[in-house]
Design a protein around this ligand. Structure first.
Ligand code: PHE
Length: 391
């Protein structure tokens, strides 16, 4: 595990002087540190580095706003962040360290569902509230009563793309019936979303042209894609992460599957526009928010983020921001500042206005929200709003 990734940088960014706050008290007793410590674990490096980095940017933006306004209950929030490199094997150490040596009040993480499942086990065992900004596999919050998320879950996300694919063209759909699926066997997210999409597709009158699988990180998809090509699907559903999706898209077109067979995906595609090139042009994916949404919360966030990072914030940044705001809101409502009280306050969250929609935490500790469908325009590396679908 990388140690204390940008820990000091964060403190500096938030206006602290060094890595530990201390004051020169003459009485010989250690001064009480009047701060709240929030933990974060994420993929700052590795194949899913964009997931961790974007989320981190969103968290930092929220903390800057919160601390500039005086913090919460008069205390500044200090962030401690560890890089898990996108590896399950690193997560246990990172989360344990946040809890036992950094003594965090709560934890934000992870993005990838498999990693949230691993980290959630540890947080639950220690009774530390964990808020996943963007893990969508239902099992994540089933881990226990300390585990929450601020996004929708995959049975809904699968339904969204199944409905969009099969809805008639005059109802903003693609008018398609027969879809092939390519699954990443390494990720709980991909396996779960593939199943949820299939269930939903059959329910809305579609059919599965065939299924094939790969291991995240594979480079050659010829065998799977040849099998899919021979099944002559009207579309291909790819519930994977962006680095693999970019490779798969290139090989789909190189094998001669024409652009009239669209590629469809889920939120794990976020940032594929950066690396997908022309092969990904015209593809559709479901997501948590659209930056062109005119709501004032969205526009204020987009303007600020662009000024700071020189690009439009993706949904990971938006959800990292929202998860941090939910934490602050909960600490503010909690009668005392301890893990149990904060847990109870998070569970009671109602109608909190977030960038990626309004957050009400339900009895399963999930948030129910609409999803958007975006279409990729590779020439300018953007994904544009097509439609919004509600649960
Ligand atoms: N929902 C994905 C998962 O559960 C993670 C993700 C969310 C990726 C949003 C990109 C954008 O693994």
């Amino acid at each position: 595990m990388r140690s204390a990734w940008i820990r000091c940088g964060v403190l500096l960014a938030l206006g602290f002087v060094g890595c530990k706050s201390s004051s020169s008290g003459g009485g010989g007793t250690a001064p009480a540190v009047d701060e709240i410590v929030l933990g974060e674990y994420g993929s700052m490096t590795g194949a899913e580095a964009n997931f961790g980095q974007s989320t981190h940017n969103g968290i930092l933006m929220a903390l800057e706003e919160i601390n500039a306004a005086g913090g919460v209950k008069g205390k500044k929030i200090r962030l401690v962040n560890y890089d898990d490199q996108g590896k399950t094997s690193e997560v246990g150490t990172a989360v344990t360290r946040l809890i036992t040596s950094d003594n965090v009040l709560a934890i934000i993480g992870e993005v990838a569902s498999s990693l949230s499942l691993a980290g959630g086990q540890v947080a639950q065992q220690h009774g530390v509230p964990m808020i996943s900004p963007s893990s969508t596999n239902p099992k994540v919050t089933e881990t226990g009563d300390y585990i929450f998320r601020v996004c929708f879950i995959d049975p809904f996300q699968g339904y969204v793309m199944a409905k969009f694919a099969t809805d008639p063209k005059d109802q903003k759909g693609l008018g398609i019936k027969k879809v092939a699926i390519l699954i990443d066997q390494r990720q709980a997210y991909s396996q779960g979303l593939a199943r949820d999409f299939e269930i939903a597709l059959l329910k809305v009158g579609g059919s599965i042209a065939g299924k094939a699988s790969y291991q995240g990180g594979d480079q050659d998809f010829t065998a799977q894609l040849t099998q899919i090509k021979n099944a002559a699907p009207e579309a291909i559903y790819l519930p994977g992460y962006y680095t693999d999706i970019a490779n798969i898209a290139r090989q789909v077109r190189a094998l001669g599957i024409p652009p009239t067979v669209p590629l469809l995906g889920g939120d794990g595609w976020e940032s594929v526009t950066e690396i997908g090139g022309p092969a990904i042009d015209g593809a559709y994916y479901s997501n948590h928010y659209a930056p062109e949404d005119p709501r004032p919360e969205v526009q204020a966030f987009v303007t600020k983020y662009k000024a700071k990072h020189g690009r439009v914030p993706d949904s990971l940044a938006a959800l990292g921001y929202d998860a941090t705001m939910l934490f602050k809101d909960a600490v503010n409502r909690a009668p005392t500042i301890d893990r149990k009280a904060v847990r109870d306050a998070i569970a009671a969250t109602k109608d909190l206005q977030g960038v990626a929609g309004k957050i009400t935490i339900d009895a399963q500790r999930n948030a129910r929200k609409p999803a958007v469908v975006l279409q990729i325009h590779s020439a300018n590396k953007t994904a544009a709003f097509v439609t919004s679908i509600s649960p």
